[in-house]
Design a protein around this ligand. Sequence first.
Ligand SMILES: [Zn+2]
Length: 326
Amino acid sequence: MNKTETPLSAPMAEAVRLAQIAAENGDVPVGAVVTDPDGLIIGRGMNTREAQKNALSHAELTAIDEACRTLGGRRLIGCTLYVTLEPCPMCAGAVINAAMKKVVFIAKNRKFGSCSPDSIVNLFDLPYPVKRIQTETESSGEYLCLLSDFFGNLRKNKSMYTVNFIEAHTDSQIKRLAAMAKDIWTEKYYPLIGSAQTDYMVRNFQSEEAIKRQIHDEHYNYLIIQKNNEDCGYIAVKEDGDRLFLSKAYVYRHLRGQGFFRQAVDYIKGISKTRGLRAVWLTVNKRNDSAEIYKHLGFIKTGEGKTDIGSGFFMDDDYYELKVTE
Ligand SMILES: [Zn+2]
């Protein structure tokens, strides 16, 4: 095997150029070109599934469609499809229907590829009543980079999903909140402070009635943290002099480590700035490992204290503060 890469054929270089445009438009970079038996380009296409919001908008189908119109017929006998990524079953099916001569591709399509020996299926091996379609590959490090960069960025963007904070007003929102609080508190606090105190706290501070009372009489704002319309946790804040008191910040355990707290703190800083407050403060139970998260987010310990929460229960807390400055 040659160490140096052989240059791409002219039609494949054109397919790569089309793939680049697809990527710029936010689609998986796939480009395709159809050449006639003399090697002239008679059709071009790029993947526009996202741009067109259409499952059929594959590069190959567009190129074949254009080639049929160029030649004025439904059969592309003697024609070759150059495509940057191994065709899926739909496009390989189109190649069979057009009775093409050959398919040339660069990258193997591990998930949907349908025309090479180690793919889920090799449609060109099946006994359809057409002349057997040949396959060839070309190599292009440039295209492989384009493809892996695209998926790399996609993963990055997915991990930076937008989180919404929805202020709870309605009965049904508060009902959802109370149910979430019960689940999260039970999971989180049973091992820390035991079931008796946890149940007492949930009943007294996080029941629907208690939350309603805090919102209406004590001026708390409860915000449901949502990702893709799914409830992930909640926060509760209240103005306290020239600071904002972050009373509650809870996320389901299985969703922790995804940056929810960081986004919640950014959001709360925004609220504080809008209201002209100088800092955000909160209390963290001494046995609660969330302290590490807050320290990491820039909170500084300012004190500690025991709070009597009734019925012989105490909260043994550290106090933390985060300055809200430009
Ligand atoms: Zn396809």
